[in-house]
Design a protein around this ligand. Structure first.
Ligand SMILES: [Mg+2]
Length: 279
């Protein structure tokens, strides 16, 4: 059998191209796909694009701070014509479709995540009490968010109040190794540093055999930062309404900062990276 340089180069080129194809979209929901201040809240061009990409075999994951029931509610409320293949919820949990069509844990990740948070919150009991005192003593205007008797986050009245809360948390969190927090506008959720939209996305990539070079990620706020730094997804973007630090991180990762808000910006970015999507 004789060796053909032409065939070798062609094969190599197709492999190189394939390794740079986008096969998975990881999109935040509120503020990225949905503009709560616009009519309509979602640009219809996004719906057509998602349908077209689905036709080309591109997978779609919603990677959000919402929990599972609120993702489904959001998809219905805003009239999405297709459903995502995967949902990554509460900024850290990974779900796929079970045999009956309902969402179910994808692999062991969620169980590991719950155990890590149980252990973390136990270690952080003193810190959590101090956070509660910080709010109770009215040094800040905020409501406690409780789950199963546990303080899991805070909701403030204004963004300025949340700036103060996060400045306090940034200092105090150092008392407990692994204690982190995810901010999204006037909400903050406490978390284990090892679990974020970024690490959950990498786990989804591992489970589906899709590498970071084949993943597109879109987000607008602080809680999206872990999936926008180029580590877990190579092709990153934020819409024009993305907060300043998100825009900076996206630019630094060689990503795309759109001119349009929310879904219009996402459509713009998908067109920008269009050559990376199988035609
Ligand atoms: Mg958002």
């Amino acid at each position: 059998m004789h060796f053909s340089w032409g065939k070798f180069v062609k094969t190599l080129a197709s492999q190189v191209n394939l390794s740079h194809m986008i096969r998975l979209l990881s999109t935040d929901f509120d503020g990225t796909l949905v503009d709560h201040f616009a009519i309509p809240p979602v640009d219809p061009a996004l719906f057509s694009m998602l349908e077209a990409l689905r036709g080309k075999g591109v997978h779609w994951a919603i990677n959000t701070g919402r929990d599972l029931p609120f993702v489904d509610e959001g998809l219905r409320e805003f009239g999405f014509p297709i459903e995502p293949d995967f949902v990554l919820t509460a900024e850290r949990e990974v779900f796929h479709r079970g045999p009956g069509g309902g969402w179910q844990d994808f692999g062991e990740w969620n169980q590991r995540c719950y155990r890590a948070h149980d252990a973390l919150f136990e270690q952080a009991s003193e810190l959590l009490t101090d956070i509660q005192c910080f709010v109770d003593e009215e040094r800040v205007e905020a409501n406690l968010i409780m789950e199963g008797g546990r303080l899991v986050g805070l909701a403030s009245e204004t963004e300025a109040e949340m700036d103060r809360i996060c400045a306090f948390l940034e200092v105090e969190r150092r008392r407990v190794p692994g204690f982190g927090f995810m901010r999204n506008t006037i909400w903050v959720r406490f978390c284990h540093e090892a679990y974020s939209k970024g690490t959950a996305l990498s786990e989804l990539g591992r489970l589906t055999g899709i590498g970071p070079d084949e993943i597109f990620a879109a987000g607008d706020h602080y809680n999206d930062l872990p999936m926008l730094d180029g580590v877990h997804a190579k092709w990153v973007m934020c819409p024009s309404n993305g907060v300043e630090v998100v825009q900076e991180v996206v630019r630094r990762a060689g990503g795309y900062v759109a001119k349009g808000r929310c879904s219009s910006g996402v459509v713009e970015a998908l067109n920008h990276f269009g050559a990376l999507i199988r035609g």
